[in-house]
Design a protein around this ligand. Structure first.
Ligand code: NAP
Ligand code: MG
Length: 496
């Protein structure tokens, strides 16, 4: 069995604890993919020391040159796309088509970072005084702790690590125990691309040990985290004590609105893709569908028929449309929510149970599930289930649709299907979310646009686009006075 190592200060090193965790395939739990170090806080400390030492040198390299290393990483990732996508499906369960998308997002992000190496814009602006020049520029933050979840094992670390490195930071990366092999491959690629020793460090292990050690470490300057709102709040609390720069990308309870004038076939394709891709385990997954009363019965029937016939199975089979959920505890959590929904009085019209049969018994396969008659304030309408479970709501007009959509503590993604420009514009303006799609599903972010949410989905940062560089840089403001005398801002008045 393949035994993997941590990557610290440019070397692959064995677990100090001598303990390992297993990485298994959620479509077939008998299949062990490899074992990975259950690292300790000592290993985090070594990684931070290495990252701190490497920082000065890495930050001194011109950004376009750092970018060229990332371009090389993009090229290697491109060459290995199929192989890595297959690894991704094996350890995460998502179907191959989606795994290829996950890997492609990493490639796109690396190329985007490469380009940003020759921009990394700041601005110049006039001074209030004569013979004085004002400008800003971006400096790296320092050592970044990067903590990611399992649901996008290539895309999410890429969204953070590539811009962090481009901006001149060094990194201590803790990947999820549920998808460590993609993290290993990504760091291998960075090594091969020529990232110098100590600049990227990889420490495998649990959130409670390795994650906590990162949060508390005094020499870590910033934390970039994607995961649940619960862990996000914990990070803000612990890392806030040492005044780290913290970026949190958290949960969602996203909805798609279908108006009476919508192209229903199109809305159906979007809703099915949004709800059941990655078995509903996306932060942007469509977990609520809000339909105008005039088309409610017709649309629900269409959705039910498609959902009922979705082909569920091992994602390596190209004909499969939905894979397993990530592990047994996630399966149990999803099923608990189904029980809660039933107790709350919602009507379960499809699914609500584990798939059974020879091809399913060794994995964590859950049936595509639909609830109707869901009370807007019930738990299944409010809490993130992170599984293939959809709640339907019937509304009388656009105002009620938006009100139902906004009735959540989260605010990540949203969507509306309508042919009416006035309704679309109203939705764009009134929906409380970081992202709104018009005539598209709640999923499908592109790497060069800002990504993130409002309310409990985060703490005000946006990954993606150039906004990600606000996370990974500090702004230096520069005043250059060439008047040859002491000029006092706010006190001296300008006279010709
Ligand atoms: P999670 O339980 O919050 O875990 C995320 C990461 O944090 C894992 O690496 C985990 O380690 C680590 N962690 C756990 N406890 C920690 C602690 N006390 N200190 C430091 N690190 C800790 O989330 P998940 O279940 O893996 O992922 C699903 C969640 O991610 C959902 O809520 C989803 O909405 C959210 N998500 C958000 C976005 C976004 O961009 N907004 C994107 C994707 C997913 P382990 O390896 O031990 O689990
Ligand atoms: Mg977890």
């Amino acid at each position: 069995m393949m035994e993997y190592k941590n990557y610290i200060n440019g070397k692959w090193v064995s677990s100090k604890s001598g303990k390992y965790f297993e990485n298994r395939n959620p479509a077939n739990w008998d299949e062990i993919i490899g074992i990975f170090p259950l690292s300790t806080s000592d290993e985090v400390d070594e990684a931070v020391k290495a990252a701190k030492k490497a920082f000065k040198y890495w930050a001194s390299i011109p950004a376009p040159k750092r970018g060229e290393i990332l371009r090389k990483a993009a090229e290697i990732l491109m060459k290995r796309k199929e192989e890595i996508s297959r690894i991704l499906t094996r350890e995460n369960g998502k179907i191959l088509k989606e795994a290829r998308g996950d890997t492609q997002e990493g490639i796109d992000t690396a190329f985007y970072a490469f380009g940003e190496g020759r921009r990394l814009f700041s601005y110049t602006t006039p001074s209030e005084l004569p013979n004085k020049f004002c400008l800003t520029f971006r400096r790296p933050v320092g050592v970044f702790g990067i903590i990611t979840p399992w649901n996008f094992p290539i895309a999410l670390p890429s969204w953070k690590i590539f811009p962090a490195l481009l901006a001149g930071n060094t990194v201590v990366f803790k990947p999820p125990v549920d998808a460590p092999l993609c993290a290993y491959e990504l760091v291998k690629i960075l090594e091969e691309a020529g990232v110098p020793e100590g600049v990227i460090n990889l420490v495998f292990g649990s959130g409670s040990v390795v994650g906590e050690a990162i949060l508390a470490h005094p020499d870590i300057d910033g934390i970039a985290f994607t995961g649940s709102s619960e862990v996000g709040a914990r990070i803000a609390e612990v890392a806030g004590k040492t005044l780290k720069k913290i970026s949190l990308e958290l949960g969602g309870k996203n909805a798609q609105i279908v108006m009476d004038d919508a192209n229903l076939e199109l809305a159906l394709e979007g809703a099915i893709w949004g709800a059941y891709a990655t078995a509903g385990q996306r932060c942007t997954a469509t977990s609520r569908i809000i339909v105008h009363e005039k088309v409610y019965d017709e649309f629900l029937e269409m959705f039910y028929e498609r959902a009922k016939n979705l082909k569920v199975g091992n994602g390596l089979d190209e004909s499969v449309e939905m894979g397993p959920v990530i592990n047994e505890s996630q399966l149990k959590k999803i099923h608990e929510y189904v029980e809660i929904g039933k107790k709350e009085g919602a009507k379960l019209i499809l699914g609500g149970e584990r798939l059974k049969g020879e091809e399913y018994d060794k994995g964590f396969f859950y049936k595509p599930t639909i609830f109707t008659d869901v009370s807007p304030n019930s738990r299944i309408a409010q809490e993130e289930i992170f599984g293939p479970v959809v709640c339907f709501f019937k509304v009388k007009d656009i105002d009620e649709a938006i009100e139902v959509l906004n009735n959540t503590k989260y605010g990540l993604s949203s969507s509306i299907y309508t042919q009416d420009i006035n309704k679309a514009m109203k939705a764009i303006e009134k929906i409380e979310a970081g992202i709104t799609y018009i005539n598209g599903p709640t999923i499908g972010a592109e790497c060069h646009l800002p990504f993130g949410g409002v309310k409990n989905t985060g703490n005000g940062h946006r990954e993606g686009g150039w906004t990600v560089y606000d996370i990974f840089t500090e702004i230096k403001t520069v005043y250059i006075d060439y008047s040859g005398k002491l000029q006092k801002a706010q006190i001296d008045t300008w006279e010709s």
